[in-house]
Design a protein around this ligand. Structure first.
Ligand code: NAD
Ligand code: UDP
Length: 340
């Protein structure tokens, strides 16, 4: 692992770079699935955390349990509008992430990623903060190379229904590297591959939450297309661990860096595993394929292993079991609320 090289005015506290003794970390999108786990882990490490979110796809209930902590603050704000917050480290996780979410308002999605990047980088430029971007495996589009290494430039359809997200994230990466080269902003770009776990929404629309909720309700498990498309699923705790290591890595470690679990499987296999794990009576059914759905996706994580000493530790069965437990509790609560 490349150890943290203190930059001008920076030192390291609990593995996180801090400036002049201040320990405030800004998490854009901190009310979402990944952002709320990140806020929690940063607080556990003793940092002060500002969660900036417009709660469009995230929920306040994700961070309710943090509200009593005096080091935690929520700022309701849209990253498309400028903001000025003095933190030593910024994580930009603000963007709809599930395909139904980001396709509901495609123009808003693109602008969130482009203007959100500009406003976050301008804020970092003013304050001297280190800024970490949550990019995505979607920058590789429907890859014709597998596994995907960071040097692969991708195969994205700019005018298809996924373009608003894919091109928004690609533009954000460009902005991050241009602010770095032009203004010397200390940036880090992490490319996240499909990550799952507790605090995904019941109606999030992504495959893991859909299949688990369907299986627990004994409803049909809906495969889009033939189910032979592949994904590689990473448990949330592993992903957050990767981002924390990345944020503490020396200033020469800008990325882009793939963060994901290389264990690849077909969507059909995932449906079978979840049905077995939940002892569900669900049928597995096939619905029409979605446009521009990538056929394969698997991260090459050799760079993360070499530069961060990171690799995922939590296997699919363990991660899914924890996620099933979470949704089981959520559904029990929902059904109780419906009865009352
Ligand atoms: P999420 O939808 O749960 O979280 C996104 C958060 O951003 C939400 O709280 C939402 O309210 C907030 N947000 C959206 N638009 C905003 C805006 N204009 N201003 C302020 N806040 C806004 O999704 P997630 O899975 O937690 O994803 C978090 C980040 O990680 C996203 O940037 C996403 O693109 C990226 N990512 C996630 C995955 C994954 O598998 N979970 C994969 C690749 C990339
Ligand atoms: N998928 C599916 N059924 C669902 C939801 C998704 O078959 O109910 C498929 C989807 O078409 C894709 C894969 O599962 O091939 C992963 O989809 P997801 O939305 O989770 O993430 P993506 O990787 O597409 O962004």
């Amino acid at each position: 692992m490349r150890s943290f090289v203190p930059n001008e005015g920076y030192s390291e506290v609990s593995g996180i770079p801090v400036r002049q003794g201040r320990r405030t970390v800004l998490v854009n999108g901190g009310g979402g699935f990944l952002g709320s786990h990140l806020c929690e882990r940063l607080l556990q490490r003793g940092h002060s955390v500002i969660c900036l979110d417009n709660f469009s796809t995230g929920r306040r209930t994700n961070v309710d349990h943090l509200a009593s902590n005096t080091r935690f603050r929520i700022v309701e704000h849209d990253v498309r509008q400028p903001f000025d917050i003095d933190a030593s480290l910024i994580f930009n996780f603000a963007s709809p992430a599930s395909p139904p979410d980001y396709q509901r308002d495609p123009v808003g999605t693109l602008l969130t990623n482009v203007l959100g990047a500009v406003n976050t980088l301008d804020c970092a430029r003013k304050t001297g903060a280190i800024v970490v971007q949550s990019s995505t495996s979607e920058v590789y589009g429907d890859p014709n190379q597998s596994p995907q290494h960071e040097s692969y430039c991708g195969n994205v359809n700019p005018i298809g229904p996924r373009g608003c997200y894919d091109e928004g994230k690609r533009s954000a990466e460009t902005l991050f590297f241009d602010y770095h080269r032009t203004y010397g902003v200390d940036i880090k770009v992490g490319r996240i591959f499909n990550t799952y776990g507790p605090r995904m929404r019941l109606d999030d629309g992504r495959v893991v939450s859909n299949f688990i909720v369907q299986a627990l309700r004994n409803a049909d498990l809906t495969i889009y297309g033939d189910g032979q498309q592949t994904r590689s699923f990473c448990y949330v705790d592993d992903l957050i661990d990767g981002f924390l290591r990345f944020s503490a890595a020396g200033s020469a470690c800008n990325g882009p860096i793939n963060l994901g679990n290389p264990a690849e499987m077909t969507v059909r296999r995932l449906a079978e595993i979840i049905r077995d794990l939940t002892n569900s009576r669900s049928r597995i059914v096939h619905l029409p394929a979605v446009t521009d759905d990538p056929r394969q996706r698997r991260p090459d994580i050799s760079r993360a292993m070499a530069d961060l000493g990171w690799q995922p530790r939590i296997g699919l069965e363990t991660g899914l079991a924890r996620t099933v437990e979470y949704f089981d509790g959520l559904l029990a609560g929902t059904e109780k609320a419906e009865v009352v």
